[in-house]
Design a protein around this ligand. Sequence first.
Ligand SMILES: NC(=O)c1ccc[n+]([C@@H]2O[C@H](COP(=O)([O-])OP(=O)(O)OC[C@H]3O[C@@H](n4cnc5c(N)ncnc54)[C@H](OP(=O)(O)O)[C@@H]3O)[C@@H](O)[C@H]2O)c1
Length: 237
Amino acid sequence: MPPILITGAGRRVGLYLADTLRADGYPILAHHRSPSAALEQRAGHDFVLLSADLETEQGALRLAEAVCRHTTSLRAIIHNASVFETTQRNPHEAAAQAQRFFGLHVLAPYLLNEALRPLLKKCPEVPADILHITDISVHRPEPCYDLYCASKAGLANLTRSYAQRFAPHIKVNMIAPGPILFPDGFPGEERNRILARTPLAMEGGPQAIYLAVRYLLDNAFVTGTELRVDGGQSIVP
Ligand SMILES: NC(=O)c1ccc[n+]([C@@H]2O[C@H](COP(=O)([O-])OP(=O)(O)OC[C@H]3O[C@@H](n4cnc5c(N)ncnc54)[C@H](OP(=O)(O)O)[C@@H]3O)[C@@H](O)[C@H]2O)c1
């Protein structure tokens, strides 16, 4: 079986996906930015570590080259790497943030999808998959996270272009998470406010994302779609 490339696999949801998909029998190409003891422990022939800063064009292209050195085909790419920050009010700082958000959430997936398309096309299991991890806030942006939300909306839009361009050999879908795992140190008051407007009133946990990934990998007749994994948040007016 060809490997699955997961970006941002060093911790939290990305690490959970790497572990569970490896347990399902897929070799893993685990991309990370910073070295981590958790990843070092797992490194081996079926769990290859690839490092790159994906906020820059050079970083994304270097990652694509590294993938091509390791394998001639891919089962899937999961674009999970992300940076989540409130927008700075200083316009110069906000402009620098916008470059990082759009570099990581839009340009890096674009460059990787283009560069690695030939490897996905060589997957013996047809169609292969590209999964974009977006955010439910694409539909109802949080004003203080406006640039983050706009960049994730860009990724959502790319999904629909790629689903048309890459068919029939490659399916391209997105998973839109709601509150899955709050960041460390996330303010308690804010957390309660978010859970109060989430019908299922809890954090989903990374398994909820894994189950969505599994569904999309296993279903050969779904492309260009969004799977909302948000505890029902998006149906609340
Ligand atoms: N957690 C939630 O509740 C939630 C809600 C909505 C959407 N999502 C989405 O679900 C996905 C997983 O969420 P998460 O909370 O596990 O994500 P996360 O902890 O914020 O970050 C995921 C990974 O992105 C990597 N990353 C950040 N900047 C990078 C860069 N410049 N270059 C390369 N890698 C970089 C990080 O690597 P390092 O560790 O090396 O810095 C980290 O491992 C993300 O796409 C997120 O936007 C999550």
